[in-house]
Design a protein around this ligand. Sequence first.
Ligand SMILES: Cc1cc2nc3c(=O)[nH]c(=O)nc-3n(C[C@H](O)[C@H](O)[C@H](O)COP(=O)(O)O)c2cc1C
Length: 344
Amino acid sequence: MCYNEGQIWSGVEALQIGTLTIDPPVLLAPMAGVSNRAYRVIARRQGAGLCVTEMVNANALLHRSAKSYWLMELDPEETPVGVQLAGSNPEVMAEAARQAEAAGADLIDINMGCPVRKVVSNGDGSALLTRLDVAEEVVKAVVGAVKVPVTVKMRAGWDDDSITAPTLAERLAAIGVKAIAIHARTRADYYQRPARWEFIRQVKERVGDAIPVIGNGDVTSPERALQMLETTGCDAVMIGRASFGDPWIFRRVLHYWRYGKDLDPPTAEERATMALWHLQRLVDLKGETVAVREMRKQLAWYLKGVEGSSQYRAKASQLNTASEAQELVQAWLDHARGRAMVWN
Ligand SMILES: Cc1cc2nc3c(=O)[nH]c(=O)nc-3n(C[C@H](O)[C@H](O)[C@H](O)COP(=O)(O)O)c2cc1C
């Protein structure tokens, strides 16, 4: 890092994951039910250096689940893009990785963080943090199956008595994993406890000389993104929930790193345009009924930033058609015109 007067951090270094250069080193987190193709294209356009798909279940993929294939459909505009796979059977994961690579993935990410009961009861996701030998077998199989770089996204451990991430990261770096993303919570923390960034620092200290470490958890603002870099020494930040209704967050982080101040908030017109573009892309991808259902929560996130707009957000949860959604956005825009916009 390099500090200059007038600039907080002028040395924004690209993230190198094997042969892939990720620039800027600000990533969109994989989020099931959220980070679909439309969402990822928006994030890339707003400056995210890399997006990763929603988690794809490797077993379901091999059973030819249409949904799993759909999750792996990629847009040329999002290149480079990672496909995230979940599973704990090495052969199944290797075959799923081959299919993901054939579908155009520039990177395969393995999920070792998902805390959901249905996933861990199969031995997948964060359950792998308790079975390091199996985790290693899975990674070996996947690394051997594909040419693209393989990364792992993990939590810190199962619970406070079992913080396995540093040891696991070290073992995985030795067998060819090209980067570790660490979500600074244990499985037991679920989302209840605040992220503890010391876990990121611990992983960085253990494997930082060998491979890059991507920090994740509770980056809620550009300031927090810089704080994470400074306090943990991580090489990149990954942002999830802070992008809800604020895809500008990626640009904001970069701007803050370069110039030490935040961008102005988007105008109401910019928010409305983004919301409507997102809606249209989702309708194109999923059809009107599903898209509008999914856009309910997204719209509620977009229609923020101006006082007195909670009534519009409440109405978003009752939308059924694209034209109702368009009318709601227009009504919010009329309300917002002339009022000062603020970041959420
Ligand atoms: C709705 C939702 C879905 C998620 N789905 C996934 C997933 O499919 N794969 C994964 O590795 N993490 C998943 N996560 C975890 C996020 O990638 C990230 O680790 C977590 O939200 C913490 O980052 P944040 O504080 O920036 O949101 C999900 C999180 C949310 C909120």
